[in-house]
Design a protein around this ligand. Structure first.
Ligand code: GAP
Length: 553
């Protein structure tokens, strides 16, 4: 639970976010609506940068991941197959005294009705017994509001990826192992939205479904399955490869993967994605010390998951989940195959050839393992013994023909939680004292330049000198096609710097009399001021763009 100091920090952050236009309460003029948040001008830029960095890292910088942008409302059977209609619920209780409605597992604290970012103790009134409350928002498609028209706002982006798996596979000419990535809105009717944007009812996800060969297939082809330990680089090597602020490829190690990837089974791929995702967070400015890996215990895992690692961030209100990386076996594709009646398996020539060359005892052993796994899955889904044995036999017989249903590793991140993590991590205060002994405390948001909403503030030293203004506008227009810059000529230069510090702008570019040639050797140069230490550097206007670009991308 957060202490008073952390609550004060959260209050400062919430107030800064509103004052500077990062985050507003949705529908504020009508008193707001709990669990919904809007992103203002700076927040919208920050969010866009984060999503773009994720998208670039996941898709454009790699050969083995393709993108998807699916609809929010999909066929309701998707949510039946995924299990969301039957099991996506939280235990809810009502308080008979205060009439409040809470999650049974979170009754100690609730968001303050007056100030949702603040947690208050709940009343001690008598509670009803917990009952399951489905978190999906329900709607109706078309003019008739009956059972047959029920549809849902998607509670995760992942299911569209599974439903479109075959289309993407065929059109992108990918081969397993490969991934499909999607960024988009998700909706959950959370019983108690809390901790500012941390648990919202409308939020965005960045999800990757990375499809891999089942271990039996890897073993048939490669003769072995690499362990997770084998793919871990020694610490010295990891340090050498650690993130570089100037190297755009350093937030992913795509292209630098160990050569042994064809013998990776699910454990190795899972480990790989945990490391990749941590590297991504470090590359956008969340230090390793603010992150934790939480390996879920067997009893905490979803029934279909083989492993799940939560990447946690140290928020002021506690260390909490930023992203989950789950090894989901072949559960999702199998479910959609059974519910849609459409085959979700792939054909792999390499497997067919390798299988034909396996010694009988080896192929029998692999066949048996695959069969047992399929049967276990079918039994868990309530399929009776006899049909389950028949289907599992058919599935295992498919191996010899080069057929199998891919397994999946799913790194699933929340955009809004990441924005909150970036803002809380960037928040810092400095107290400065002037010549007259007056102290002032001001805020600096120390965003990594890659995510900063504004990359450079461009300022003429004085507003009333047309030559300075003209030159500053020229500089702004030179940078503007490449990055988000903010032109500011209002107030003293110190005030303008302070305003940009508070917005998290990493660089301020000032056009002064030397730019105009007062000192001839400095003609057409500008001062670049660094946000974090106030340091200044003189740079030629002709070199400014090339100087800035690698730092902000
Ligand atoms: N497809 C898997 C999945 O959706 P999840 O753990 O329920 O897994 C993944 O969600 C991520 O989505 C979380 O780690 C979190 O960052 C984000 N998320 C989930 N529920 C959220 C909520 N109510 N508000 C904000 N972000 C949320």
């Amino acid at each position: 639970m957060a202490g008073p100091k952390e609550n004060v920090l959260m209050e400062k952050i919430v107030s800064l976010c509103k004052r500077r236009g990062f985050i507003f309460q949705s529908s504020e003029i009508y008193g707001g609506i709990n669990g919904f948040w809007d992103y203002g001008p700076l927040g919208a830029e920050l969010k866009r940068n984060v999503k773009e960095l994720w998208w670039n890292t996941m898709t454009r910088q790699r050969d083995d991941i393709a993108g998807l942008e699916a609809t929010i409302i999909m066929h309701p059977q998707i949510w039946k197959a995924s299990g969301h209609v039957d099991t996506f619920s939280d235990p809810m209780i009502d308080c008979k005294t205060c009439k409040g409605r809470f999650r049974a597992d979170q009754t100690n604290e609730i968001p303050c009705p007056q100030k949702p970012s603040k947690m208050v103790s709940e009343c001690h009134g008598e509670k009803t017994a917990p009952r399951a409350f489905n978190l999906m928002f329900q709607t109706y498609v078309g003019p008739v509001r009956d059972e047959s028209a029920i549809a849902y706002l998607r509670p995760e982006t992942a299911q569209a990826i599974f439903a479109q798996f075959k289309n993407v596979l065929e059109t992108s000419r990918q081969k397993v192992p490969f991934g499909i990535a999607q960024v988009g809105k998700a909706f959950r009717n959370e019983v108690t939205p809390r901790n500012y944007t941390f648990r919202s009812r409308e939020f965005e996800q960045m999800e990757l479904e990375f499809f891999i060969k089942p271990d039996e297939v890897v073993e048939a082809i490669c003769g072995r399955v690499a362990t997770a330990a084998e793919i871990s680089k020694p610490e010295s090597e990891q340090r050498a490869a650690s993130v570089s602020l100037a190297d755009p490829s350093s937030i992913s190690s795509a292209g630098k993967m160990p050569a042994a990837r064809s013998d990776w089974g699910w454990e190795a791929w899972h480990k790989y994605w945990v490391e990749e995702r941590i590297k991504f967070y470090e590359g956008i400015g969340l230090p390793r010390t603010t992150l934790e890996e939480y390996w879920q215990k067997p009893e905490e895992l979803a029934h279909y998951a083989r492993a799940c690692v939560d990447i946690l961030f140290k928020f002021p209100f506690g260390t909490q989940e930023l992203e989950g990386i789950a090894a989901r076996s072949d559960f999702d594709l199998s479910q959609h195959e059974r519910f849609s009646g459409k085959p979700m398996g792939v054909f792999d020539e390499e497997l067919r050839t390798a299988w034909g060359k396996l010694p009988k005892e080896k192929s029998d052993a692999l066949w048996r393992r695959y069969y047992e796994n399929r049967k276990k899955y079918l039994a868990k889904m309530g399929v009776a013994e006899e049909p389950a044995s028949k289907d599992a036999t058919e599935d295992a017989n498919g191996l010899a023909k080069g057929q199998y249903i891919p397994h999946v590793i799913e790194p699933s991140a929340g955009v809004d939680r990441l924005i909150l993590a970036l803002i809380t991590n960037a928040y810092s205060e400095v107290t400065e004292t002037d010549d007259k002994g007056r102290s002032e405390t001001r805020v600096i948001l120390k965003f990594h330049p890659r995510v900063a909403p504004v990359k450079a503030g461009v300022m003429p030293l004085l507003k009333n000198k047309p030559e300075l203004v003209k030159k500053a506008i020229e500089v702004r227009d030179r940078l503007r096609p490449w990055m988000n810059v903010f032109y500011d000529d209002a107030g003293s230069i110190g005030r303008r710097y302070a305003r940009q510090d508070e917005a998290g702008t990493p660089f301020c570019v000032t056009i002064d009399f030397d730019t105009l040639g007062e000192k001839p050797e400095l003609k057409d140069t500008v001062t670049v001021r660094f946000r974090d230490d106030g340091r200044q550097e003189r740079i030629a206007i002709s070199e400014l763009l090339n100087w800035l670009l690698p730092k902000v991308r």
